[in-house]
Design a protein around this ligand. Structure first.
Ligand code: TYD
Length: 131
């Protein structure tokens, strides 16, 4: 139930870098959905939800952004994602907010579930009440 930084293996040579992940190899779940966020700048805050079932790995593949997490036990952490070789694993039921996006930020999200709006908890009061 704890967020975790994942360091991916980089296959680097004179041509540049390459990172590859697969379901259950580097990513701790079967990947059922991929989406990416870009064009978020300034005071933009995204996320602001918890997921009943979905787990995520977030990778800032370009630029940088911050992620604030609150675990069900109340532990709050801030992560700065600024490397395409690093992922942030988010278990289910973690409250998450993404902010401080650089203008060139592209935040890639790998998810364990297909999109289902009904498994998103978008009110922090509702989330606290459900714990
Ligand atoms: P939202 O959950 O608010 O994005 P974030 O929390 O990452 O800032 O989603 C924005 C819109 O996109 C909302 O109308 C739902 C839709 N959406 C999908 O249709 N599929 C998806 O996989 C995601 C993440 C969002």
């Amino acid at each position: 139930m704890t967020p975790e930084i994942l360091s991916f293996t980089e296959f680097g040579d004179s041509r540049g870098q390459l990172v590859a992940v697969e379901s259950c190899r580097g990513i701790p779940f079967e990947i059922k959905r991929v989406f990416w966020i870009y064009g978020s700048e300034g005071d933009t805050v995204r996320g602001e939800h918890a997921n009943k079932r979905a787990r995520f790995v977030l990778v800032c593949v370009s630029g940088s952004c911050s992620v604030m997490t609150i675990e069900p036990n109340g532990v709050t952490q801030n992560y700065r994602l600024d490397s395409p070789a690093v992922g942030l694993y988010l278990p289910a039921m973690v409250w998450k907010e993404m902010f401080d996006f650089s203008a060139d930020a592209v935040l890639l999200a790998l998810a364990s579930e297909v999109y289902d709006a009904s498994e998103y908890i978008r009110s922090i009061d509702e989330w606290k009440a459900s714990l």
